[in-house]
Design a protein around this ligand. Structure first.
Ligand code: SF4
Ligand code: SF4
Length: 111
């Protein structure tokens, strides 16, 4: 399978070419796909940043953790297994006690 990524404004479009399918499949993401939660606080080692294909994980010196930009995340899942403290979840699988991190991830990008 081959993938091509084309930046488009605030988000990104990923074009996927599948064997046995005559043309590319296109998908755009505009909502939070993956979310970084509490265990990142105090770790913040940027392992996820290294693997993100669309460079949508950021922080700053004053922030306690990294955050995923919900307008740019393409839901690829590459970041989840590399996190040493299991801080990253798909939005629909965030543990209930950490649900507020959905808002804090998107909120980081509204400042
Ligand atoms: S799911 Fe993929 S695109 Fe989204 S933050 Fe993780 S590595 Fe980046
Ligand atoms: S890999 Fe995990 S702990 Fe490291 S910066 Fe990313 S979310 Fe935080």
């Amino acid at each position: 399978m081959r993938t091509d990524m084309v930046p488009s404004g605030h988000g990104a479009t990923i074009t996927v070419f599948c064997r046995g399918y005559p043309g590319p499949l296109k998908a755009s993401a505009s909502t939070v796909a993956y979310v970084i939660t509490e265990p990142c606080i105090g770790t913040k080692d940027a392992a996820c940043v290294e693997v993100c294909p669309v460079d949508c994980i950021h922080t700053d010196d004053n922030a306690p953790q990294y955050y995923i930009n919900p307008d740019e995340c393409i839901d690829c899942g590459a970041c989840e297994p590399v996190c040493p403290v299991s801080a990253i979840f798909p939005e629909d699988a965030v543990p209930e006690e950490w649900n507020h991190f959905v808002e804090s991830n998107s909120g980081f990008y509204k400042n």
